[in-house]
Design a protein around this ligand. Sequence first.
Ligand code: FES
Length: 261
Amino acid sequence: MKAVIISNSRLQGDYFEVVFTAPEIAEKAVAGQFVHIRIDERNDYILRRPFSIHSTDPEKGTVSVAYKVVGKGTLAMSKLASGYEFDVMGPLGIGFSTPADDVVPVAVAGGYGSAALYLLSRVSRQKGVLLAGARSKNDVILTDRYEKAGFDVRVATDDGSMGTKGVVTSLIPQVLEDCKGKKLLFYGCGPHPMLMALGKLLKEKGLDGELSIDHKMCCGVGACFACVIKVNDPGSADGWRYARSCSEGPVFPLDDVYLGE
Ligand code: FES
């Protein structure tokens, strides 16, 4: 469908947020789903790029994507002005489940994984927890929005410039201590090594969760198999199979996540 940019502004440093009209996506999207965007049909950027949906406003019919400028495509995207029309598909993929009424969601984000987890704050009955991990304070984004939504925000940075010095999973023991007696469900989104460490820790401690495991995508709708990842399959000889992260994921229940090498 065609979308029109309402605003496209810098959040901080290399991080931007684009808000655009897409009423059908705004109506249906859940946390963890993504849109597939083609920003220019005439030159270099003919391939669609997947972006996690950060937020939606169903009343206004708008969708927001938070992104980092990492190359030519995202740099070009950061320069698009309001009124620009582009092509978007979505909402795509399987997103995170809605926490049951008595469940406290613990969102564990690496880098701008916090963008993809934010819609959980809309559907959660309980006030959740955000554990935000990043290289430095410059990469900790959107925590103010979680705070506004009533989430308990805790931060870990590799260089210690904000919050606890260390990896984001190091924050989990204290959360378990503070939330004793409550039902927790962990929701992870971030770089692959972080998700693997999170998955192993949750398994070790007998905790449950869902992880957003994606891979480089092409078609975004399950047709090309460019995005396959290994998932557990107890019925197969090797105990695993390939799954398309775009259409069977990107969010998988922890039990399905393949934690081997
Ligand atoms: Fe084509 Fe997933 S990107 S099948």
